[in-house]
Ligand binder design. Sequence first.
Ligand SMILES: [Zn+2]
Length: 389
Amino acid sequence: MGKAAKVLDNLKKDLPYENEINFSKTKRVFDNSKVESHSAIIPTYLMPKSLTTDEEIVYNSIKNRFIMQFMPVAEYEETIITTKVNHSDIKGIFLSKGKVQLIEGWKKVEKIESKDTFLPNVNINDIVNIVDYNMTSHVTKPPKHHTEKTLLRVMETCGKGHEDENSEEMMAAVLSGFSIGTPATRAETIKKLKDVGYITSQNKNLICTELGKKIVETFPVKQLFDLEFTGRLEKTLSDIEKQKFSKENFINLIVDFTTKSVNTIKGDKDIILNEVSKEKREIEVLGKCPVCGHGIIEGTKGFGCSNWKNGCKFVIWKNDKFLSTMKKKPTKTMVKTLLKNGVVQVKGLTSKKGNKFDANLRYEKNPDNDYFSWKMEFINTPQNQKSNV
Ligand SMILES: [Zn+2]
């Protein structure tokens, strides 16, 4: 705390609002009971010398945040002005809602532009002049798409009071643990939804995909889509931290909820959400295994028997030594023909001398063990004779 005071003394020198900065040890600034896994970043008393533009932006933002805490609280009045036009043809009254700033306080530091409408200071029964007027018509629009920024905001508060970034209600929500994840994990959650394909981004907007819509419409455990429900779980976790709720009770609640949910999902009818990806995953059978008759499928290192779990060892290696001396790798087509006919004609093999030739290849079981080896038969083609293998 002594260190923070010294830093502040250094930083406030020559600022136009220097005399409004006062070091204080109030609980609003230093609250050890709220220290959790993510601590605050504050500047040190070393003054930076040569910062790049980007570094300066980051440094100033940290510095300003630090200074703001020791400035007076900004104060304003929530105001509604009711105006009646003094003309018999114009009926009704006009309402102007907005704020009247009383003390600028910490907002001076960054001249924070508020989206609030500031109203002039008027008194009841004041008579004012109409300077200008015009009529506009409006059509209501559906709410805008979320951007990553606005979605993070909603996650922070579980949908509570997100209209006003600095509202007490929102701060209370964040501080009481009523929020999804931590600052470090929220962005990761959004990335996961993108990776799975439930959402996608268009420019800055986050759009729900068809797959995302389907899962929301058909998934039977509706609580998992309920912000309030998730918020309550997170709140309980933070209550456990504060020893207001017992770990055992929470685990019981979760086990109970999970068991019920899994049973609901099991009892629900099967709905195919994404047929395309299912087709993709379907494995192509290239032919019958000459040993056991099961299907041969392509793996990363070779074409092998799908019955390998039961011990069938049949495999055609992709980096087979015999073939690679002739600069050949087994292809899917080659394997298919070989399995069907027991022999395959391979074109464009390379001899030791570097000549190209064709040959018939067989893949036969060794008489003395369970492994297979390639057998080659030359074909008497004009090309082969010419090249003199
Ligand atoms: Zn087999």
